[in-house]
Ligand binder design. Structure first.
Ligand code: HEM
Length: 127
């Protein structure tokens, strides 16, 4: 067990990400979208690459370190059947993971930002 983190850094972001995606894979609504693109084995090279990419994404959002230079929205256009319900599950699990790693104050950052980003994604996707 770790004590809850009150300051966000690259190490605890990776911990958040590595906690979150196994939860995602087990979710019956959101899991299948990930399995379709990345497979079901979180230990695979494809998944490990995804976890690093996403850690970079959150490091860029939270720390402004420029680690991520991609287009976060683009791949979500190639997911037939993606829904508001799926986004709601995604957000609930992300909040749960954040609460396991961070103090309420630091966790709030991730909850607020993920909510804003998911809202933008849904608007762009017409959901
Ligand atoms: C139901 C909701 C979502 C589903 C099913 C989903 C699914 C996925 C999948 C399967 C990929 C990998 C695509 C590929 O490599 O072909 C991906 C990439 C990504 N997702 Fe999501 N996602 C969801 C919501 C979100 C949200 C809310 C965020 C941000 C807060 C996010 C951030 C990203 C980023 C940064 C990437 C990497 C994009 C790149 O290739 O540079 N996703 N997502």
């Amino acid at each position: 067990m770790h004590t809850l983190e009150n300051s966000i850094n690259r190490e605890n972001i990776e911990r958040l990400v590595r906690l979150f995606y196994p939860m995602i894979l087990r979710d019956e609504i959101v899991g299948p979208f990930f399995i379709e693109k990345l497979g079901a084995d979180i230990e695979s090279a494809v998944w490990q690459e995804h976890l690093l990419l996403i850690s970079g994404f959150w490091a860029s959002v939270a720390l402004g370190d420029g680690a991520y230079q991609g287009n976060p929205l683009a791949p979500h256009f190639q997911m037939p059947g993606i829904s508001r319900e799926a986004f709601e599950h995604w957000l609930a699990l992300f909040a749960e993971a954040a609460d396991q790693v961070y103090t309420p104050q630091a966790g709030e950052f991730f909850k607020t930002r993920s909510g804003i980003i998911a809202g933008n994604f849904m608007r762009n996707l017409g959901l």
